[in-house]
Ligand binder design. Structure first.
Ligand code: SF4
Length: 254
């Protein structure tokens, strides 16, 4: 576990533990670190996209819903990051397997590259990083954007577009250790190969997570027939996160 965000980003920016890191190196792309302030509302998306990689910052798209929500709700203390640190994208091909071409800024024909939601294996490979980042940022509330983000962080499968989404606990390994007790006698010390051992494990720290939809999903379905307008439901989820944040901040200041 790293003890500063700078150390965390230095370590993971060179990572190639999953296919996204290998593709990042091949494209000469970049690892995208989180940005923002500690002890605020933390927004976690699934992964950086083309705009993010170009600008070097999460949620950089021109029509970005996250920025709009932050402005609309007047959220001042926030942190933006993604479940995976590297962009997930693949060369675009048509239904009959042919490369889909486009013209780059120099007038050259190049194959289009499409952003995609990272695979569960890629999210699992980056889980240690995001848990470490949560612990370092120590947010009051976390907004989990997308079913795959919720599942990776909490192990739960939820209907992320439900207007009545309730908070879910996110357990993050902390810095302190706790004793591991035996199942039957609840004893700490135990004899292994003639010697006593006293095993410990990182004591988990509990964070409050609000499930919501992936912002790209919301932008693409503003006029869809899903129950409730996804944009309105998304706004309700952000408002709920802000309410919880304000309540906890007030309680802490009493
Ligand atoms: S996505 Fe995460 S685990 Fe995969 S290469 Fe990038 S930093 Fe490493």
């Amino acid at each position: 576990m790293e003890h500063s965000l700078a150390d965390l980003n230095t370590r993971w920016s060179e990572c190639s533990a999953c296919g996204l890191g290998i593709s990042r190196r091949a494209r000469n792309g970049s690892y995208i670190p989180g940005v923002g302030v500690k002890r605020g509302i933390m927004f976690i998306g699934s992964g950086p996209n083309e705009d993010d990689e170009y600008v070097g910052r999460p949620f950089s798209g021109a029509k970005n819903l996250v920025d709009m929500a932050i402005r609309k709700h007047g959220i001042e203390d926030y942190y933006l990051t993604n479940l995976v640190g590297c962009r997930s994208c693949h060369p675009a091909v048509s239904k009959n397997g042919e490369a889909i071409m486009t013209v780059d800024g120099y007038g050259n024909q190049v194959q289009q590259v499409r952003d995609e939601i990272p695979l569960p294996t890629e999210m699992a490979a980056c889980k240690e990083r995001i848990l470490n980042e949560i612990w370092l940022v120590d947010p009051i509330v976390i907004v989990m954007m997308g079913a795959e983000v919720v599942k990776t962080l909490t192990g739960k499968i939820v209907t992320v577009y439900s207007p009545s989404n309730e908070p879910i606990d996110i357990m993050v390994p902390g810095i302190w250790e706790e004793p591991v007790l035996t199942e039957k006698k609840q004893a700490w010390g135990r004899k292994v190969k003639g010697s006593y051992i006293y095993p410990t494990r990182p004591m988990p720290v509990k964070y409050i997570g609000i499930p919501t939809m992936n912002p790209e999903f919301v932008m693409g379905r503003i006029s869809s027939s899903l129950p409730g307008n996804p944009r309105e439901v998304w706004d309700r989820h952000i408002a709920k996160a802000l309410r919880i944040y304000n309540t906890l901040i007030q309680e802490a200041n009493v």
